[in-house]
Design a protein. Structure first.
Length: 255
């Protein structure tokens, strides 16, 4: 008798779940099943996980997993806090070491995406592709972009303060001693070549420093250099984007 009741309860629960998922599928339309798998998983955890759940954290991890499924190292999801750090990483005037950081391909670490020419980072041996393991003894993982960016940057009274940066390069770990400095990034370089060909290199798509209304973003630099090339008789243009780590979408769109 008890076994029969249990079977009835299980069947009723299964039908209820199926009806619920079916209704949600109709609302979501075509391609709904993958989304329903995520929704169902979140509902199950919310209902059954003994220690309680954090809905915002689950959503962030789900979105991060979706971008990882593309197998594209340049497609990433940043929660609001990490995205704020990403934006500050692309300012063109700040106190720091002069390196752009981003998520490593392994998904668990942060890495050096590019190093600014003439910066303390370049002068003291930091290279693009280096995996950042710790700064002054504090370790950082892939979800701590903001924290790492804040550790590398500082206020004006921290210029020349030396940071001990522990990295991994081609499987070999090492320490680099790098001082902070004032980083003024010129993201545009141009010159005239033979046959009326203009050459314009863009090393990053940086936004204006919000605290400095006199600074220029990459788009403004681009327009100034482009007009100068035109005045020099440019008829054709070579646009060099090699080793450009990207940057602010609005700036890219304007260019």
């Amino acid at each position: 008798m008890e076994s029969s009741k249990l079977k009835t309860i299980i069947k009723t629960a299964a039908v209820t779940v199926a009806l619920t998922l079916g209704a949600e599928a109709l609302c979501l339309g075509r391609g709904a099943l993958p989304a329903l798998k995520i929704i169902s998983g979140m509902k199950l955890l919310n209902r059954e996980f003994y220690f309680g759940t954090d809905g915002e954290k689950m959503a962030d991890y789900a979105l991060a997993g979706l971008t990882l499924s593309t197998d594209d190292p340049y497609t990433n999801y940043y929660p609001a806090k990490e995205f704020s750090g990403y934006l500050s990483n692309h300012q063109n005037d700040y106190i720091g070491i002069g390196a752009t950081i981003g998520a490593a391909e392994d998904g668990g670490h942060l890495m050096i995406v590019s190093v600014n020419e003439g910066s303390p980072a370049e002068e003291h041996g930091l290279q693009s592709g280096d995996i950042l393991l710790s700064v002054d003894g504090t370790e950082y993982s892939a979800d701590q972009l903001t924290e790492l960016a804040n550790a590398l940057k500082g206020k004006s009274d921290t210029i020349d303060q030396v940071l001990t940066i522990h990295i991994s390069r081609n499987g070999e770990e090492m320490d680099l001693e790098i001082p902070r400095g004032r980083i003024e990034k010129d993201t545009i370089k141009s010159k005239m070549l033979d046959d009326a060909i203009g050459y314009l290199r863009i090393t990053g798509f940086d936004r204006k420093n919000d605290e400095d209304s006199d600074s220029q973003d990459t788009y403004e630099e681009f327009m100034i250099e482009l007009e100068d090339l035109k005045k020099q008789g440019m008829e054709r243009l070579v646009l060099d984007l090699r080793n450009n780590p990207g940057g602010d979408l609005e700036v890219v769109s304007k260019i």
